[in-house]
Design a protein around this ligand. Sequence first.
Ligand code: ADP
Ligand code: MG
Length: 661
Amino acid sequence: YSNKYRKLREEREKLPIFDALPQFDKMFNKNQVVILQGETGSGKTTQIPQYILEKGYAKGKLVACTQPRRVAAMSVAKRVAEEMDVELGQQVGYSIRFEECAGPNTLLKYLTDGMLLREAMTDPTLDKYGVIILDEAHERTLSTDILFGLLKEVLQKRKDLKVVVMSATLDTEKFLGYFKNAPLLTVPGRLYPVELFYTEFPEEDYLWATVRTVMQIHAFEEPGDILVFLTGEEEIESTCDSIRKEAARYKDNVGKLSVIPLYSSLPPAMQQKIFEPAPEVNSNGIPGRKCILSTNIAETSLTIDGIVFVIDSGLSKQKCYNPRMRVESLLVSPISRASAKQRAGRAGRTRPGKCYRLYTEKSYKRELVESTAPEILRSNLANVVLQLKILGIENLVDFDFIDPPSPETMMRALETLHYLRALDDEGELTEEGRLMSEFPLDPELSKLLIISPKYSCGEEMLNLVAMLTSPNPFLRPRDHEDAADKAKSKFVNKDGDHITLINAYQGFENEGRQPYWCSKNFLNPRTMRGAAEIRDQLVVKMNKLDIPIISNKHNISENIRKCIISGFFMQVVHKEKANFYMTLKEKQHVALHPSTGVMRPDWAVYHEYVLTSKKYIRIVSSINPEWLIEIAPQYFDLSHFPDTNGKKLLQEIIDGKNTQK
Ligand code: ADP
Ligand code: MG
């Protein structure tokens, strides 16, 4: 073994999980399901799968360990490959949406819960796995919840399969109640006391408060790294910049400060930076410090050693679903008290730490909820229902959900799939439904790709779907708004923002996917590269499914928008007056988002519903209402529509059509 292996081995033996392994061994051997709870950083994710592998408990089959987050799956796989002294992708690999790093030699695979669910669609008893570990179970993501129900059924059929449920110390009762005979093993954590600080008054600008707090810690506190919890890529990057600028002003009086972002769309090489040691002492002998600005990835999924100070904005991006609007959105929302405790805990792993909460003690006690509802209660279930249908689960009402979704949400999902023609009138899967489930996308988006040959816009739809699956690519840095808007105007198409996205992607492709070209055009190079990777994967899928990629420039704008309607006919609005629109069936008032480039059309299809202080629709294209009736007559059966001005106009169009005949 190499020296590096020996050194890592020593580190591993110091982890709290190490002493619990004999007990784990006993429980694992006696039971089909074991529940393991342990403090973040105790070694669950890196050590338990390796242990099972070393003991040969998968009996020649694979060990799977699920992670709710892509970043965690990649990063942990890499770490474990190092610990085992093997090359990543060989014995140890990972699998995430649009990327597989595993092969015929792989024995241990870290994969997102969503990917394991996809694998179940082609292999319903997950036969290639001997042991399945559902990690981060406390997160209660949509996919993990569905896997619970599925595995419960598979465990009946496969007595040789073993399941380990791992979770941070939170609400484990629920799992005990669900897996009736499973024993619980609790790994005692080593947590040092963390001193809490609140702000006296609510912060008006938590980003600026973050910069200030980082600088105060850096200038006045003892050595130790800083971890900041913010909500997303854009604000993390801009706050990183602000901190770097501030730090440059202080430079002689303080140590070196290395400021590192962490969020899911960051490329793997950049993600690794969080594990690099803090900068060394400067010429005045002052030690350096690492400051990581992260989304809630660092809450429980990734452990970063050396953190002594935590700054908690009290916010995170959370999925919300409004079944009336049928739309799901990511909203910046207050975290729960359980999350706040987890975040604070990150400061006390190696020695006593401090946590600065950028909110008042009163709001912690009165405004934060105890814990967040599981994702399944906050999601659009169309995709899940489609997957369950593929898995052969006919009676969804009998499916053993830990927390069953509301009947309304379930019904909406079935209805949506029926409108999309994924299910027929009897609720049976159609051929089109089967094709839709092949793509790792929401069914509306898969529909665009599947139907694209009909409208001769295959290339355009691939561009569009890749872009819609990626974060917003258009950069608009403070103080450069005019230059950014000017750059964007080259791509803007007044028929709609969808075409603007297609154009931006096409430009990127025409320029040989150059990052430099992106920066020059105020497009986020990372987002664009990510979109290109997704697009490549989608092309592979299209070829595999024998869906021809046909493009014809004739009448292309109209064809693109017709194609979009094929998937998104449920997201249509009609203009009431000026900038005010109304959705057709749900009668919700919405406004065009300021970022949209369309000229207030009478009718439009939109991609996203954004709820801020106002209700907005974002990524909007103008349409001709006649197309609606032509393309989605199943939905535009007006006898089911509430009486609105939009309905009246549509009725006139239909009547007009009939009289012409
Ligand atoms: P848990 O799953 O219980 O939260 P982990 O197994 O993820 O704990 O982490 C155990 C230890 O391994 C931590 O101390 C962490 O610092 C270390 N570790 C995990 N991943 C990496 C990595 N990619 N690079 C360096 N250290 C890592
Ligand atoms: Mg873990």
